[in-house]
Design a protein around this ligand. Structure first.
Ligand code: ADP
Ligand code: MG
Ligand code: ZN
Length: 197
């Protein structure tokens, strides 16, 4: 069995990048928090970040759709994140990483180069089904990529897309269960604005 994440690597201080991706409701935040919790059990110094744009639930916490949460530091951009990472930190977690500026991939590379285990979670596709912001680059430079699936709200198949249920065209429109649902490739409608949902 191949290693699915860098848990062992983190202990060796070799540094690595892990990407947890998938559609909305696929369990990215749950998986990120699970890895963070295990690192804390191993008494590793952990820092958890989130982009400041996303304040759906709580400005100072990362919260899953099931309500599981952990304290997190909101940062406005990748440079601010870099400035907040303490030298003694062993594991850096970042949720909703798709919302960061393109420089986030360089910041993550640098932290991993310093021996940190960097775990990032984010949407691999936007509401149109297009690759989301820095995700393709992060997935390419990562040692470990985990792609999770939700359950299609229409047919129950494995879902890989996030269907926007409101007519908004901007890529960054933060919402929850009222404004998005998970859909499979077949049930997904690419343009929420002009087509019948
Ligand atoms: P993500 O961060 O990927 O958006 P979360 O980790 O916050 O996802 O939440 C995952 C949880 O969402 C699941 O454990 C499940 O309880 C719930 N959930 C709600 N709708 C769905 C769905 N359509 N498919 C799968 N899980 C769903
Ligand atoms: Mg999430
Ligand atoms: Zn479907």
């Amino acid at each position: 069995m191949l290693a699915q994440d860098g848990e062992g690597v983190g202990r060796m201080h070799t540094g690595c990048i892990e990407v947890v991706c998938g559609s909305m409701f696929s369990g990215k935040t749950e998986e990120l928090l699970r890895r963070i919790r295990r690192a804390r059990f191993a008494r590793q110094a952990v820092q958890l970040f989130k982009p400041r744009v996303d304040n759906r639930y709580d400005a100072l916490k990362v919260v899953s759709h099931e309500g599981v949460s952990a304290d997190a530091l909101p940062v406005a951009h990748s440079e601010e994140l870099l400035g907040c990472v303490a030298a003694e930190t062993a594991v850096v977690g970042i949720d909703e990483v798709q919302f960061f500026d393109p420089a986030i991939s360089g910041v993550v590379q640098r932290l991993a180069g310093q021996g940190m285990r960097v775990i990032v979670a984010g949407l691999d596709q936007d509401y149109r089904g297009e690759p989301f912001g820095p995700m393709p680059t992060l997935m390419a430079i990562a040692e470990y990529v985990t792609k999770l699936h939700a359950v299609c709200a229409r047919c129950g198949a494995q879902a890989c897309r996030s269907q926007r249920l409101v007519a908004r065209e901007e890529q960054l429109f933060v919402g929850g269960a009222a404004t998005y649902e998970a859909r499979c490739r077949r049930c997904f409608v690419a343009s929420a604005v002009t087509m019948e949902l």
